[in-house]
Design a protein around this ligand. Structure first.
Ligand SMILES: NC(=O)c1ccc[n+]([C@@H]2O[C@H](COP(=O)([O-])OP(=O)(O)OC[C@H]3O[C@@H](n4cnc5c(N)ncnc54)[C@H](O)[C@@H]3O)[C@@H](O)[C@H]2O)c1
Length: 269
């Protein structure tokens, strides 16, 4: 491998925070950043015990992985994420705002509680954790990278997800707005818009107590769905990890305010 290419993607000496990294897409991202040499702070709402399998899998690539348990939908918890990371690794360079929730509900049944719960995590925590991250980097006098995980729903509503689609549309605009102001501090802000990725969150939508007939019907439906995709397979967390590695690396240094769609072509269908 050409040395210049290796150096472009080398994250040795960098520290990344990955929210919602205990499973799913967050785990795929944390794993890829660790494989590129970064120290990784995983932040998630689940207990350290529930996160242990994920952390162990990341620890296969690095001995520089740590965990902070926090409910990010509560703004008062965000400061700890930064202070814990600084206390553990001494500095921060990359923030991946990945934690998010999605619940299917028709707009006629949408509750204020679900709206607030979704917006508080999916949009508000992204804004205020990014603000803390940017202020820390200004103080430390160095640049960095923010990578927000939006969704193809930021571009096209799926249906029965209006609170989620609104939060992700907000993340897309927040990415552009923060990028405009943070550039002068050497900080880039971009988002990745995934579509149809195989994660515990997506699998949970099927429900835990479905009948055999329902399970068979869903499998037939999902086979049809996969056939309809231009790339004819469902996305995996590492597909998003690959895009995150690009946005975290020097290879993307002149990109800010952008969005990378990683959906196997779903939006084309
Ligand atoms: N899976 C997909 O097809 C898909 C598509 C588009 C966008 N996304 C986005 O990607 C991100 C990850 O999705 P996923 O499919 O991996 O979900 P997931 O449910 O599998 O994982 C989400 C993680 O976030 C954590 N989390 C939930 N609430 C939290 C809170 N209040 N505080 C801290 N952590 C919390 C969970 O414990 C979990 O580890 C989300 O922002 C989601 O909207 C996913």
């Amino acid at each position: 491998m050409n040395n210049i290419i290796e150096q472009l993607f080398d994250l040795s000496g960098k520290t990344a925070i990955v929210t919602g990294g205990a499973m799913g897409i967050g785990n795929g991202i944390a794993t890829r950043l660790a494989q590129a040499g970064a120290s990784v702070m995983i932040v998630d709402i689940v207990s350290p015990q529930e996160a242990s399998a994920s952390i162990e899998s990341i620890a296969q690539s690095t001995d520089k992985v740590a965990y902070t348990q926090a409910d990010l939908s509560i703004t008062a918890n965000l400061e700890t994420v930064i202070t814990q990371t600084l206390a553990t690794f001494g500095d921060i360079d990359i923030l991946v705002n990945n934690a998010g929730i999605f619940k299917y509900v028709p707009l006629t049944e949408l509750s204020e509680e679900l709206w607030d719960k979704t917006l508080n995590l999916n949009l508000k925590s992204v804004a205020f954790l990014s603000k803390l991250f940017i202020n820390t980097l200004i103080e430390k006098k160095h640049g960095g990278k923010i990578i927000n995980i939006s969704s193809i729903d930021s571009l096209k509503p799926t249906g029965n997800l209006s609170q989620y689609d609104s939060s992700k549309g907000g993340v897309r605009m927040l990415t552009r707005a923060f990028a405009k102001e943070a550039g002068k501090y050497g900080i880039t802000v971009n988002d990745i818009a995934p579509g149809g990725v195989n994660t515990p969150g997506i699998r949970k939508i099927a429900g835990d107590n479905i009948t055999k007939e329902q399970a068979e019907a869903m499998m037939a439906e999902s086979a049809k769905y996969i056939q309809s995709l231009p790339l004819q397979r469902i996305g995996e967390p590492e597909d998003i990890g690959n895009a995150a590695l690009f946005l975290a690396s020097k290879a993307s240094n002149y990109i800010t305010g952008s969005s990378i769609i990683v959906d196997g072509g779903l939006l084309l269908v």
